[in-house]
Design a protein around this ligand. Sequence first.
Ligand code: NAP
Length: 812
Amino acid sequence: MSKILEIFNTMEYGPAPEAPDAVKAWLDEHGRKFGLFINNEWVTPKGAKFYSSINPANGELLAETTQAGQKEVDAAVGAAREAFGTWSKTPGVTRARYLYAIARNLQKHSRLLAVLESMDNGKPIRESRDIDVPLLARHFYYYAGWAQLMETELRDYQPVGVVGQIIPWNFPLLMLAWKIAPAIAMGNTVVLKPASYTRLTALLFAEIVAEAGLPAGVVNVITGSSSAGSMIVEHPDVDKIAFTGSTDVGRTLRKQTAGSGKKLSLELGGKSPFVVFDDADLDGAVEGVVDAIWFNQGQVCCAGSRLIVQENVAGKFIQKLKNRMQHMRVGDPLDKSIDMGAIVDQSQWDTIDGWVKTGIAEGGECFQPNIALPEKGLFYKPTLITGLDPAAATVQEEIFGPVLVSLTFRTPSEAIELANNTRYGLAASVWSDNINLALDVASKIKAGSVWVNCTNQFDGASGFGGYRESGYGREGGREGLFEYLRPTWMDRPRPEFVLDEKKKWGEHVPTLPASRQPTVARANGHSLPLVDRTPKMYIGGKQVRPDGAYTSSVLSAKGKLVGQVGDGNRKDIRDAVEAAHKARTSGWAMRHGYNRSQILYFIAENLDARNAEFVKRIVEMTGRTQKSAQAEVDASVERLFTYAAWADKYGGTVQETTLRGITVAVNEPMGVIGIACPDENPLLGFISLMAPAIARGNSVVMIPSQKYPLSAMDFYQVLDTSDVPGGVVNIVTGDRDHLVKTLVQHEDVDSVWYFGSAEGSYHVENESAANMKRTWTGYGLPRDWMDREQGEGHEFLHEATQVKNIWVPTGE
Ligand code: NAP
């Protein structure tokens, strides 16, 4: 009695432990030893090595799991390949039934999944039970819907093939759902490798999926170390890699898959800002911070780990936060009333502790509440570090633990600058009672998800993914489907090239004078040299001479000189990028679609007015017939019409998430796109790539066809007369690979499109790993630019944009 009275007086929580018995029974049933799940069967390779799965909360051994090697990876990929034949042809409505059955089955086993997740990972049962597992089922329901609708709504697409999926340890089940559900919904088959620290729930999931009757080989789960992951990535029979994990490993994967024609999506790290304005509900924002950084012990890719508070309320806010931290409960993950569980592994604990020491060494003031931690197990106190310089490593680098750093700002523009002062761009949280201000800031922060007056919102109906070094591709929503689809006309690219290791890619010796200048005959019998019309570069809306003062010749099909163009160099590209940035920041992206569409129509009108001249030029350079050149010019005008149409019809959608409020997916421009054009169709290739990019608010640096550059150079006169602001389209002629190398290495170029050779495609992808630039390459394979299916449409718009989801709760 006195105990109850005591509790009543102190309002202390008593322990509310969840029983681990069912999990123990499941582990025992497997003899606490697991094989690999291939073709719906457990496979234990002879002489296999095993890895111990440990409960980080108490150090107990949970089970041994197999370390897959090459033979097992081959077997799993083989099973997936075999199953792909049937699964990809299974009607969408049938696949929908399977996904639905999986979702139902997951719900039936939800408690077992949640308890195992908490025991394997250390996360509070409150989170695994109420967030991870419900979202797991939600994703299968959501994508069951897309399987049902695929044949009618996505009829121009086909599945990609066998997909290798590699996931991290922080949300083992949720990451698995984000990857497997859309993949199999679209008719792909998968080989999934969970992270080593958290392998068990993926194995339980595999069993539940088989129980739901999914055909053998559609989902294969193999456990193993990073080298097994690497084997999946390198496997020639894998068509796509979907990876979630650290930016460093993402970089390795980009290099490994470069030039292979495998699709790649990367969901990487983050250092997300949590911005609090002085008019925000400060108590609500404090709870938001708790959710943002101490959810899952801060081991969250999108954790709001950088608090940015308006200076005039910073003191008050930090004090409220410290008071709140004093009441946080850290302890047994299976206790339903704790806020934070255990850190996943000792090495992660050491990394976190190392960062806290670095933060202090960098001059930060460290606050940790005076709360008790369990004596045993990997627990870490919620930590706040104030007083750091925005450039400090602790402020810039992802800690991936319960450590919050805080900064202050005075004006909204300073807040935006601080928020964007990071190489990452995964998520952000903005808190203000002024909804206009909050939405303006949300639109200016470079991140894939922005939560207004809320944080860490996820749902199957909304895409999640990064800007900048947080990766590319989206998981969730309709936008997440495109990672698992290929246009129906396109086969899996299998580029062929031999890498010349000795030759340095992109090296270029400027060309020397070549053929003789053509002359023109006059009536008096004299022949005169033509008045020189060597086009210059087109940068910032002006014609400029090439920086290197070198010129190269353009020859006709018969080897006759038809003109000369500047031979561009690095400096020309750098100037063009600068001009493109100026155009962007001076408002091209902010113009409304109507205005951009008017300009595209105007370009079309002016091009059509000079139709004959462009036809003549194509004939002259390529030796093609008049008829074929005419068809190309007509198609170019038509293509401009297409993107004038799309300029105000691809802004985004309202997502039907579970949030009570509004979730808007905005298709934002990429920024500055560097575009290397193909040689086939010198005018149409150029316009097919330029038009979607500028229609969607990007500014571009164009490298025209190297062989036939003159159509693009004639085109700048059309741009000049069409109200295109200077710097939106910049044109640099010269050696394609030499120029594109500078573009792909440039820190201020957001994306590179390359339609040159297979080897060049390899180099572009390989070089892009340095700053995780998004790329789109043609692998040197043919594309029929005249064909509307291949030369325009959604694929182009998709590449020209990145999706930002903005979440705004509504209500009083
Ligand atoms: P990680 O070290 O990059 O590992 C992720 C996965 O990749 C694991 O399965 C790992 O296997 C495997 N792996 C490691 N090296 C590999 C290689 N060379 N080739 C192929 N596979 C390889 O990341 P982590 O420490 O598990 O997870 C934390 C990171 O994930 C953080 O940076 C976090 O921000 C990020 N994350 C991002 C998102 C997102 O949606 N953007 C979501 C969650 C987490 P082993 O475990 O066997 O080493």
